[in-house]
Design a protein around this ligand. Structure first.
Ligand code: UDP
Ligand code: MG
Length: 330
């Protein structure tokens, strides 16, 4: 008989007492209907309501549930990072605890994973019950970010996704202090694909993402995956110097250079020069920033033809856990 994989589901929780019982119920119901084995990891991100008590009570009832309890609120992205770290599944699914991400979609994700994809992210076909402002700002943000970075971060996706164990292994190597998980997952590469889904309305309670947290997530995304802001000063300085040059040439050709004109030429020149000097600092800063992020220089998916090959690629092991290689090779 084919061995069933272990799937970890990670759910960050911050003051979700109004939804949690329903979430726990629906997730347990879902996993009982599936052939795979599951563990469900709730990461309490310093809730100050009864969330933790609800999870503790659920642990008494369901042996598949685990709790990682933070000492205070560290934020959604850090909660996800912690959950991933404590997950032991062959694949790990991250989803919100407010039932906006429907558990049934996990079935499609597992199917894609069994087909051989290493990351299957949920792409929102629609966002029900979210404010106009939230939808528009999210749209603008994702498009802006994709213009500013070389890492291809898919549009209209949140953190709802399934990741193979080998992706998790790489994520664990990335000790970033302001993690932007969806960017990091794109950055590590491997075979990635999407499944489309309808994003539901939050089951109960309010969004735990006030404007302040949303902006800070957006800034984390941009500053960890783009160096464009650091280079803006260079572009601006270059523009000023170009204007300065044209201004000078035109007035010299016309032959009407006055003291006022010289002052303007000097002002533009000083402004442009200073701006470029700042931009140069930015270019060196970029190197320090990327060095301090300490990301691996490259990630290897598979080494072929080396005598110690089987040791290095965990791929075969993982694939066996999916049951793919086994069934393919008989
Ligand atoms: N969350 C968290 N820490 C926070 C804010 C949110 O762990 O500081 C959790 C929250 O409980 C939920 C998920 O992250 O499970 C997404 O948050 P929310 O649903 O409030 O965001 P939205 O869907 O409104 O963007
Ligand atoms: Mg939500």
């Amino acid at each position: 008989m084919e061995q069933q994989p272990l799937i970890s589901i990670v759910l960050p929780v911050f003051n979700e007492e109004e939804t949690l019982n329903e979430t726990i119920l629906q997730i347990q119901h879902y996993i009982n209907s599936q052939p795979a084995t599951f563990e469900v990891i709730y990461v309490d991100d310093g809730s100050n309501d009864d969330s933790v008590e609800l999870i503790r009570a659920a642990i008494q009832q369901y042996p598949s549930i685990r709790l990682v309890q933070f000492s205070r609120n560290f934020g959604h992205q850090i909660a996800i990072s912690a959950g991933i770290r404590y997950a032991s599944g062959d694949a790990v699914v991250v989803m919100d605890a407010d039932l906006q991400d429907p558990p049934e979609v996990i079935t499609q994700m597992i199917e894609k994973w069994r087909e051989g994809y290493d990351v299957v992210y949920g792409k929102r076909r629609s966002r029900q019950g979210e404010s106009y402002f939230k939808k528009i700002s999210a749209q603008i943000f994702y498009r802006l970010l994709s213009k500013m970075t070389d890492t291809e971060i898919p549009l209209d996706t949140g953190d709802f996704r399934l990741m193979d164990k080998k992706v998790i292994t790489q994520l664990k190597r990335m000790n970033e202090t302001q993690p932007f998980v969806r960017g990091m997952v794109s950055w590590v590469g491997f075979k990635q694909t999407a499944v489309m889904y309808e994003r539901h309305e939050r089951f109960a309670g309010e969004s735990k993402y006030p404007l302040r947290k949303m902006l800070s997530l957006a800034f984390d995304g941009i500053t960890s995956f783009s160096v464009v802001p650091l280079k803006l000063a260079n572009y601006f300085g270059g523009l000023l110097l170009a204007i300065d040059f044209l201004y000078l040439v035109i007035h010299l050709l016309i032959g009407n250079m006055t003291t006022d004109h010289w002052i303007i030429v000097n002002l533009l020149g000083i402004g442009g020069g200073l701006s470029i000097a700042v931009g140069m600092v930015g270019i060196y800063l970029e190197r320090i920033v990327s060095q301090s992020k300490d990301r691996p220089l490259y990630i290897i998916d598979e080494l072929i033809g080396f005598p110690y090959q089987s040791k290095i690629t965990k791929k075969n092991l993982v694939k066996n856990a999916h049951g793919i290689r086994q069934s393919a090779n008989g």
